[in-house]
Design a protein around this ligand. Structure first.
Ligand code: NAP
Length: 248
């Protein structure tokens, strides 16, 4: 029987590439998305072409009832989940903190932090050997921004990823004896459409001069780290972080 993986935010970028690589490795997949149904269906078809069982499921990870529906869909259509990638994340237009609104902070925290908490809680309840589960692995998408702070761009986003870092360590320690590993990947400047959402589609190319390796990264290079952390090859790795950032 295939291992079952949920990837949140799998309709584009790092989530979509993780889906492709997971399909090639034989996982059964639930591809979550928020709004781009056509893009998610395209990724699902690509995964199916690899021979993987794959479904799509629209749900806002920041909404408790929608996350409950998302996991109920996985339970009924794919079976017991054993791998979760908390990938869905947002940022907003580049700005100094003094000019940001409370509504913006709420949006960023609700998706990046609350969404990660809600999906992790639902996954742990199913994976934990204490609850009759068979164990599993969780990978959170943090960011190098959590360490760099993202000044003049999005300190709120950086702080939300700092919260994800703390949660990764704490949850890993809570569930280490319950058959569940929890780790995080911290991408640097990766070529995806998220930068257009910040108001600067060419951000990676502007900043790549600051990267020791002198280039931006590819979604596939981040996906490789995610897939490794979820795999049995990482069986003794938990509460750990992998920077995929070209040294920045
Ligand atoms: P992206 O291209 O903007 O894709 C974001 C994905 O998340 C989309 O599939 C989107 O779905 C989904 N999503 C957004 N809000 C959602 C919600 N409330 N519920 C469910 N799904 C939601 O992002 P990316 O660049 O691949 O980034 C993926 C992760 O890596 C994020 O957590 C990001 O913070 C992190 N990261 C990225 C970089 C980078 O340079 N790209 C660097 C560091 C960390 P729809 O398209 O359907 O709306």
């Amino acid at each position: 029987m295939s291992k079952v993986m949920l990837i949140t935010g799998a309709s584009r970028g790092i989530g979509a590439e993780t889906a492709r690589q997971a399909a090639a490795r034989g996982y059964a997949l639930c591809l979550n998305y928020r709004s781009r149904a056509d893009a998610a269906e395209e990724i699902r078809a690509a995964c199916a072409a690899e021979g993987a069982q794959a479904i799509t499921c629209q749900a806002d990870v920041a909404d408790e009832a929608e996350v409950a529906r998302l996991f109920a869909t996985i339970d009924s259509q794919l079976g017991p989940i054993s791998a979760l990638v908390n990938n869905a994340g947002i940022l907003e237009t580049q700005s100094d903190l003094v000019d940001m609104s409370v509504e913006r902070w709420r949006r960023v925290y609700e998706v990046n932090v609350l969404g990660t908490f809600l999906c992790s809680r639902a996954a742990v309840r199913r994976m934990s050997t204490l609850h009759g589960g068979k164990g599993g692995a969780i990978v959170n998408l943090s960011s190098r921004a959590a360490d760099l702070g993202a000044p003049h761009e999005y300190v709120d986003y950086a702080a939300s990823k700092g919260a994800v870092d703390a949660m990764t360590i704490g949850l890993a320690k809570e569930v280490g004896a319950q058959g569940i590993r929890v780790n995080a990947v911290k991408p640097g400047l990766i070529y995806t459409d998220i930068h257009a959402d910040s108001g600067e589609a060419g951000r990676v190319d502007r900043l790549k001069v600051n990267v020791p390796m002198q280039r931006g990264g590819l979604p596939s290079e981040v996906a490789e780290a995610i897939i490794w952390l979820l795999s049995d090859a990482a069986a003794y790795t938990t509460a750990s972080f992998i920077d995929v950032s070209g040294g920045r």
